[in-house]
Design a protein around this ligand. Structure first.
Ligand code: NAD
Ligand code: LMR
Length: 329
């Protein structure tokens, strides 16, 4: 079966890092794919250059690449839509400043998604990702809300990397990211997010106990992960691209093919789980199986976690209220 994947903002930084790995089979392995690449008219020429490079790779599984500036054409019959194109945050800008500009983009794209396949999987990477996913979903009322997700896998990966380094330092033995399980990102993909290690395990032991340093967790780990995006912007003068592309592909791969029982983090529509108000798109720990995801249930939420989750959820509510005031929701 040939899959058709739409990628928006395809001529941008993340697009350039993502398209070649998608075409090389990172998500769909040996299954053939077709790409539909959406850009604004002024970026179509640059996108033609990207397509020339895709051609020059002679990917054996890439059946076709089409480019367009029309969302309805881009999403026609697609199996998955990676909504990356938006205005990236620049130095000194707050993510909430982006809501007005991006609200329009995601309303239009949400309406155009009516043309997609019934089973379409939507991954929103463009910021503010959670609220953009909410807006797109709102404008696509015929598509089940479970099919709209936003990216917090990058935050999840950032957390794993920090934790593996700390556990290596503390134990004096090499600890690899794959040794660490049951890490969770809660809330918004923003500086208020809550990277949670209270359920995390390392070789059958509580990771918090192995690290044995609550102050490090609260004062170093949580802020380092939550502010990593801003740190990269400060260092590079541009937002993360290769790591964001990788996380977007891992998100889609696991959603399609399963996460092998491992927890991953995805921002998904809340139905009131863990007292996150129903209707918000919030990050949760999930397990993916058989083309769908389930929020991990039954977790005990301690006082520190409760306070951090509530703070991020309050920001999501504020973003939703702003979007409503702007008339995009
Ligand atoms: P970029 O500016 O390099 O590329 C964005 C592209 O989107 C541009 O080519 C632009 O022409 C295009 N675009 C703008 N409006 C469009 C529209 N209406 N339709 C189609 N294309 C459109 O930015 P980037 O570095 O690739 O980042 C893209 C987005 O991803 C930004 O919002 C950034 O903040 C976000 N991001 C999210 C995460 C995450 O973890 N969720 C991580 C990094 C970056
Ligand atoms: C990131 O987490 O790297 C980005 O979301 C940062 C940003 O605001 O673009």
């Amino acid at each position: 079966m040939t899959r058709t994947i739409a990628v928006t903002g395809a001529a941008g930084q993340i697009g350039y890092s993502l398209l070649f790995r998608l075409a090389a089979g990172f998500v769909y392995g040996d299954e053939p794919i077709r790409l539909r690449l959406l850009e604004v008219p002024q970026a179509l020429q640059a996108l033609e250059g990207v397509v020339m490079e895709l051609d020059d790779c002679a990917f054996t599984r890439l059946e076709a690449v089409e480019i367009t500036d029309d969302p309805a054409t881009a999403f026609d019959g697609v199996d998955a839509a990676l909504l990356i194109g938006s205005m990236p945050r620049k130095k000194g800008m707050e993510r909430a400043d982006l809501l007005q500009k991006n609200g329009e983009i995601f309303s239009t794209q949400g309406r155009a998604l009516v043309n997609a396949a019934d089973h379409v999987k939507v991954v929103v990477t463009g910021n503010p990702a959670n609220t953009n996913a909410l807006i797109a979903s709102h404008h696509a009322p015929d598509i089940p809300k479970t099919q709209f997700t936003a990216l917090t896998r990058l935050d999840h990966n950032r957390a794993l990397s920090q934790l593996a380094a700390k556990a290596t330092e503390v134990t004096g033995e090499p600890v690899y990211v794959q040794d660490i399980e049951q890490v969770a990102i809660w809330g918004n993909h923003s500086a208020t997010q809550y990277p949670d290690i209270s359920h995390a395990r390392l070789a059958g032991r509580s990771l918090a106990e192995v690290i044995g340093d609550e102050a490090w967790v609260a004062d170093e780990f949580v802020p380092t992960v939550a502010k990593r995006g801003a740190a990269i912007i400060a260092a590079r003068g541009a937002s993360s691209a290769a790591s964001a592309a990788h996380a977007t592909l891992e998100h889609l791969r696991d959603w399609e093919h399963g996460s092998s029982g491992r927890w991953v983090s995805m921002a998904v529509h809340s139905q009131g789980e863990y007292d996150v108000p129903a209707g918000l798109v919030s990050s949760f720990p999930v397990v993916c199986t058989g083309g769908s995801y389930e929020i991990v249930t039954g977790l005990e939420i301690g006082a520190f976690s409760r306070q951090r989750i509530d703070a991020s959820v309050a920001e999501l509510q504020a973003e939703r209220d702003t979007a409503q005031d702007l008339g995009v929701l």
